[in-house]
Design a protein around this ligand. Sequence first.
Ligand code: AMP
Length: 226
Amino acid sequence: MVPGVRLVLLGKQGAGKGTQCVRLSRHYVVPHISTGDMLRSAARSGTDFGRQVAEYMRLGELVPDEVMIQVVEHRLDQHDTKNRGFILDGFPRTVHQAEALENLLNPRGLDLVLDLEVPTEVVLERLASRRVCSVCGSIFGIDNPPRRGAICDNCGGELVQREDDTEDSIRRRLELYASSTEPLISWYLDRRKLAAVDGLGVPERVTSRLIRAIDNRRHQLPDVGD
Ligand code: AMP
């Protein structure tokens, strides 16, 4: 089996992080940790916590750092991530979250942070066409349309638009990406953890670029463990 990895995927909303994380998680056999998916599932479950975070999500606002750090700390403490590693999708989104993650992961830290680069006009087009499976969460869109209309290729579930893929929420999320998350690119560059990868093209080609960047880095690491 391929040795585990500890990765973060950065990229604007609609850059293809979710799709690529699923593919990378199969390739490296590590859990895909999407904080957005975790919050959506909490919101669906209707708990107090779910109700609190649902409103932030609907408006496209960020859930407070301290809440998110606790959620991720708990998840990273599970057996699977401890053994194999993880691919983080949607976390960190602020420098404060990145600092907390660094503390949580001491002493080994992350192997690599990938910045999936896609121009804003392309992500806007992708977000407008994005549909997700209401049963299994598979993502479809302009670069990977479903074969049968609004039906999921993988499980036959109904494809729907994400509740926060509205014009106002998309604008707000992209603003917050620019002001709060983009600074992480230079933050990780300064720490020699960053690799930028072109996110344009069909999912298969983007995955090959990501794997190349990750494997290049792993060959440079003294001991990537298992
Ligand atoms: P995503 O699926 O990653 O686009 O996340 C959906 C929504 O969940 C975001 O618009 C935020 O409201 C919330 N969220 C997810 N991850 C984080 C995070 N790391 N920090 C703050 N809010 C988050």
